[in-house]
Design a protein around this ligand. Structure first.
Ligand SMILES: Cc1ncc(C[n+]2csc(CCOP(=O)(O)OP(=O)(O)O)c2C)c(N)n1
Ligand SMILES: [Mg+2]
Length: 321
């Protein structure tokens, strides 16, 4: 299923929005306005854009520690996202969650998680709820290659396969968990051998090619909505920045490898393709970029001007005391 011209423009717009949002965030982070953890999604934008293009507002997703792209693509409010990352009271979790805990149930974004693999059982539950609700809803879970080494991964594969739950597994295989490569840490070598053992249909695509992701996700979502059980989509990609912005550990990945992947920038590559096809023009791209920059700037100003939560509110809105 090929995207229409409007869908092509939307895919590009989503990727560019994620890129500009994070670039602005980095400026503030390095200027010292933001503290704590920020894991960058730059380089992996095509996955969130290509998958989310097939999800409805009521479909539920679960993200992971590198989750800004998923939030934006699912339609989260950028002001509340930015405020949360700044730790401000106007943020999605009133400033108590930060970058790794942005959730918006009203758009089906069930949240992100700092615990590697912890989103998988939550998403399994969301898929079970969708099955019980019988309204054709599905769930999707985003996780890294590193999460495939966790017990929850195998539990989620087992239960979703046994009970034919409508869960789309989206493995964002960027080749590394922090500085450890998949080859050094994963005995099965090819991740898809594992869902295969659980009789789960799967596909591996170039995660930097948004149309490849879009097509594969489209086929997967159609199967899920028909009730054919879970689907495993592996997207091969690469993160451009070190594990998290303030990480004291140096980036030990080979420089040449990073440079080669940067040449495969998902945003630039698609821009080139859409210009060649005549779907976009330099003028239209400039206008889109200006619109996105304005929205990002507005979100940043909102976050900067927002108050911090009060110390006496520390025990409010939490699940246990
Ligand atoms: C259960 C658990 N183990 C270890 C960590 C520390 N940790 C945080 S992110 C990460 C790497 C995760 O790699 P991957 O799942 O491939 O995601 P990526 O960062 O590459 O996007 C590790 C080991 C953690 N947060 N939770
Ligand atoms: Mg990884």
């Amino acid at each position: 299923m090929n995207p229409s011209q409007k869908q092509q423009t939307d895919l590009f717009n989503t990727m560019l929005t994620i890129r500009r949002f994070e670039e602005r965030l980095f400026e503030e982070f390095y200027a010292g306005s933001i503290t704590g953890f920020v894991h960058s999604y730059i380089g992996e934008e095509a996955i969130a854009a290509g998958v989310m293009a097939h999800l409805k507002k009521e479909d539920r997703i679960v993200s992971h520690h590198r989750g800004h792209g998923h939030c934006i693509a699912k339609g989260a409010d950028m002001k509340r996202m930015m405020a949360e990352i700044y730790g401000k009271k106007t943020g999605y979790c009133k400033g108590k969650g930060g970058s790794m805990h942005i959730a918006d149930f009203s758009i089906g974004m069930l949240g992100a998680d700092g615990i590697v693999g912890a989103g998988l059982p939550i998403a399994t539950g969301a898929a079970m709820a969708a099955q019980l609700e019988r309204k054709g809803k599905i769930a999707a879970v985003f996780f890294g290659d590193g999460a495939c080494q966790e017990g929850e991964f195998h539990e989620a594969l087992n239960l979703t396969s046994l009970w034919k739950l409508p869960l789309l597994f989206v493995c964002e295989n960027n080749g590394y968990g922090v500085n450890t490569s998949v080859g050094e840490s994963f005995a099965a070598k090819e991740i898809t051998r594992v869902p295969e053992a659980f009789h789960i249909a799967h596909k591996t695509v170039d995660g930097n090619d948004v149309e490849r992701v879009y097509q594969a996700a489209g086929e997967a979502v159609a199967r899920l909505r028909k009730g054919d059980g879970p689907f495993f989509l592996e997207c091969k990609t690469y993160r451009w920045h070190k594990h998290f912005l303030s990480d004291a550990l140096p980036d030990l990945r080979p420089k040449k490898e990073l440079e080669a992947w940067k040449k495969k920038c998902p945003v630039k590559a698609y821009e080139k393709k859409l210009l060649k096809r005549g779907v976009l023009t330099p003028k239209k791209i400039a206008a889109m970029n200006a619109r996105i920059m304005d929205t990002v700037e507005e979100a940043n100003k909102y976050a900067l001007a927002s108050p911090l939560p009060k110390p006496e509110d520390a025990l409010q809105d939490i699940y246990s005391k």
